[in-house]
Design a protein around this ligand. Sequence first.
Ligand SMILES: Cc1ncc(COP(=O)(O)O)c(C=O)c1O
Length: 402
Amino acid sequence: MAFAYLQAALNARKREGLLRQRRIIDSSAGAMIEVDGQHFLSFSGNDYLGQRQDIAVMQAWVEGISSYGVGSGASPLVTGHTRAHQQLEEFLASGLKREAALLFNSGFAANQAICQALANPNLCILSDKLMHASFVEAAKHCDGTYKRFRHNDIDHLTTLFASSNRQAPQQSQANIQDYLIATEGVFSMDGDLGRLDELHKVAQQYDAWLMVDDAHGMGVLGKTGLGSAEQLNLSQSQVPILMGTFGKGIGTSGAFVAGSQVLIDYLVNFAKHYVYSTAMPPAMAMATYASFQSLADGVKQQTLTQRIAQFRQLCLQTGVPITDSQTAIQPIVIGDPVKCVKISEDLKQLGLWVTAIRYPTVPKGTDRLRITLSASHKHTDIDAFVDALVIVLKRYQVLTHD
Ligand SMILES: Cc1ncc(COP(=O)(O)O)c(C=O)c1O
């Protein structure tokens, strides 16, 4: 039978406890979601600051629609690039102290575009092993060489340079290869931070470029919510390719790449995901701009910081096995996909939504509850959540003592 492998692959996933199925969210308000007529307090989304339903952001969206309509109507190089897009790009470039910025419809598209557009047989990409699938899949398939260094392991990265005979620029007349080091600001599944300060020094040493995917840092980190680069004051020469997304802490959708004018002009000309795709709705650009404005005072970030501290303290008191992550992403590694799903289902019985994240989204044997905290959670939500976690984790011997 033609295409028999489709059903076979699904069957195999089901057997291994790895089959994915979507759930329909009927409504959501703050951290509450409604599924099949039941309401749950969610600890699974990426709306870390509650921006999806911020009044100013929603208002900007409506104003955008009244000015431009709901869609952009064309790709950016045709008639899809509006004043609203330009305003957001200029805001990002100036806030991040970059020469220019470019909007994409999603972080997935931006990561694919970077790899596709920069690819050539002389490009060597060295990325952190835990980099997001949107980058890894593109890097694997691009012309050139792709290697991964162990998570946050600077020594291993240096070894990779050494094994490819890469020399510091002063020792070599002509570096025939271009090297791109890629990492994340905040790692999506673990919540720990990329070692950006060390990585940019290694990049400098080997005349490489550093690229940072700051999907989970945007909105959350930095004095005004502009992410890891703002927090660590990383310049354009230290991080020549800075990518961020809007679908998480910013509460809207889409992404950007910021860097030199040459980089952005190059992407405008050669990034197929940009050139051949309808531009993001202008209303989205306006809502995104409004979201950054509303986050600039840092108030919601302070609330999030308090929730994270409260959650961690309660977990440490009760023995819930959290990791060292200090961000909104607080994983509890279960290590077995079937058990992980059962725990997630039991939490649902208690009105709590925590999605089980399994292989291949995370490495084999590290299936986990990817708990995410938000400024939308109330202090009492966190108390109730940890109480429930203790009950359910004891049931599955993840937590053993009293
Ligand atoms: C680190 C990272 N990069 C890129 C993406 C893709 O971004 P988007 O959801 O905007 O496609 C994600 C999304 O989960 C992510 O976690």
